[in-house]
Design a protein around this ligand. Structure first.
Ligand SMILES: Cc1cc2nc3c(=O)[nH]c(=O)nc-3n(C[C@H](O)[C@H](O)[C@H](O)COP(=O)(O)OP(=O)(O)OC[C@H]3O[C@@H](n4cnc5c(N)ncnc54)[C@H](O)[C@@H]3O)c2cc1C
Length: 429
């Protein structure tokens, strides 16, 4: 069934070629105004590419992450890329009258949001604060419908819609509990609303451990349940600046945006080479590099304060008398199955890329996108198998590796995607 977007007769005629416009006059569209969308827009503007950029700046950081959270990435790895100097996180801090922040400064999420909004006001003033409702393929171009009802044609579309559409719910838990008893971490901006409740937190990563800490501090009673044998925390950096570390240490463990060490350095700067690895190797890199662990500053807020049940997995979940009953089995076969009662189950179970979940792309368009493990196959310029349709951010991580999961990847991604879009615009499809 074709998607009914209410696209007008005039545009349908244009799509059939009735009022054909040369593609290079059409704008390129960036959907999403998080770090990747903003960086892409900044690089497109430097290339002089006609564009329209949509979304609320840093909306996902405001509404899909908990207030009181800190970034796990260090300040030097948390800047949104722009082609000119003067737009880094440290420039924002200077403009606000703050001193430089080193590696031992955990960036509060509120500061990151303010920085992203500051970046947008200065570098992407053309941003239109509207949502894109639908994108259809239209004779080599794209028919875009906004939530305002406006419809127009675009030469290229860059999907910078972030990770929220890919929130992962383990299949055995999907649809088992009424909505008020279960949520994914991405549904929360204020965990204090769960204060006073017993919360079972599923997961062992930063999101699980930080949510548990925030819940505990807000007067809730969290218990973390995870499959891992133990939960891991990072180590505090020895110094604030890489250059302060002794030379031999820097040689053995060179610094990089993803952290110290040669393998992280390779992942930080080797996205282009990673794309040529076999797809299973790439998937392993995305899953395992910087796998589940908490930031160093979380340890004192979790250790000895919050019960953590390791080596366990949830076998079943059901509602009983307005609470959640979880059957939790140990991976060690000798241990008995436990039954845990909670007022709420919080899934800190991460994100899995799946193009099919991007409902704003018309079903026919989604079917045209060639995928592997649900992720789009991308060219070196972030273009999918549909000419002119680009994916950036988390959706590109299975192609270019783990740096695309972080703000640190915005430079690599935006430079390449903008160059590819600009080239298409010059030559036409
Ligand atoms: C809890 C948590 C902690 C994290 N901590 C860190 C960290 O410390 N350091 C780090 O580098 N990364 C961190 N990340 C990852 C970080 O969120 C991503 O690297 C970054 O947000 C990716 O940017 P993005 O622009 O791709 O996506 P997002 O920031 O998610 O932005 C996507 C935007 O697209 C918008 N959008 C979606 N659909 C539409 C539509 N139809 N129309 C218009 N707009 C739309 C959304 O509203 C959203 O604002 C964290 C993630 C989570 C969940």
């Amino acid at each position: 069934m074709p998607m009914n977007t209410g696209f007008s007769t005039r545009h349908r005629a244009a799509r059939r070629g009735g009022t054909r416009r040369t593609p290079h006059r059409l704008p390129s569209v960036v959907i999403g105004a998080g770090p990747y969308g903003l960086a892409t827009a900044a690089w497109l503007s430097a290339a002089g590419t006609p564009r329209r950029v949509f979304g609320d700046p840093m909306e996902a950081w405001l509404t899909n992450m908990p207030s009181g959270m800190y970034l796990k990435s260090v300040p030097a790895a948390s800047s949104i890329s722009a082609p000119e100097s003067g737009y880094r996180l440290e420039d924002f801090r200077t403009a606000r009258g703050h001193g430089p922040a080193g590696d031992r400064y955990p960036v509060p999420v509120e500061e990151m949001i303010a920085y992203g909004q500051w970046f947008q006001e200065r570098r992407v003033p053309e941003l239109e604060r509207r949502r894109v409702r639908a994108v259809e393929h239209a004779d080599g171009r794209f028919a875009v419908t906004l939530d305002s009802g406006e419809e127009f044609l675009a030469a290229n579309v860059v999907m910078a819609t972030g990770q929220v559409p890919f929130a992962h719910v383990p299949p055995k838990l999907a649809g088992r509990l009424p909505g008020e008893l279960v949520s994914h971490t991405s549904e929360h901006s204020d965990l204090a609303r769960l204060s006073g409740q017993r919360i079972a937190v599923l997961g062992a990563g930063q999101s699980a451990l930080e949510s548990a800490a925030l819940l505990h501090e807000a007067g809730a009673f969290p218990t973390v349940i995870c499959r891992a044998d133990s939960v891991a925390f990072g180590s505090p950096p020895d110094t604030d600046r890489l250059s302060d570390r002794p030379r031999p240490v820097r040689i053995v463990k060179p610094g990089s945006p993803l952290g110290p060490g040669w393998s992280l350095l390779a992942c930080s700067y080797g996205g282009g080479a990673i794309r040529h690895l076999p797809q299973e190797a790439r998937m392993r890199l995305v899953r395992n590099v910087l796998g589940p662990s908490g930031g160093w500053w979380l340890r004192p807020r979790v250790d000895g304060r919050i019960p953590v049940l390791c080596g366990r997995r949830v076998r079943s979940a059901r509602a009983e008398d307005g609470t959640v009953l979880l059957e939790v089995e140990a991976r060690d076969a000798g241990m008995p199955t436990e039954v845990l009662r909670a007022d709420h189950l919080l899934l800190a179970t991460g994100y899995r890329v799946d193009v099919d979940r991007l409902g704003l792309l018309a079903p026919e368009l989604r079917r045209e996108v060639r995928t592997f493990h649900g992720a789009p196959r991308l060219s070196s310029g972030f273009e999918s198998s549909v000419p002119g349709l680009y994916f950036t951010g988390l959706a590109a991580a299975p192609t270019f590796g783990p740096v695309l999961r972080f703000v640190a990847g915005t430079g690599f991604a935006a430079r390449r995607a903008a160059a590819s879009v600009a080239a298409r615009n010059r030559t036409g499809p």
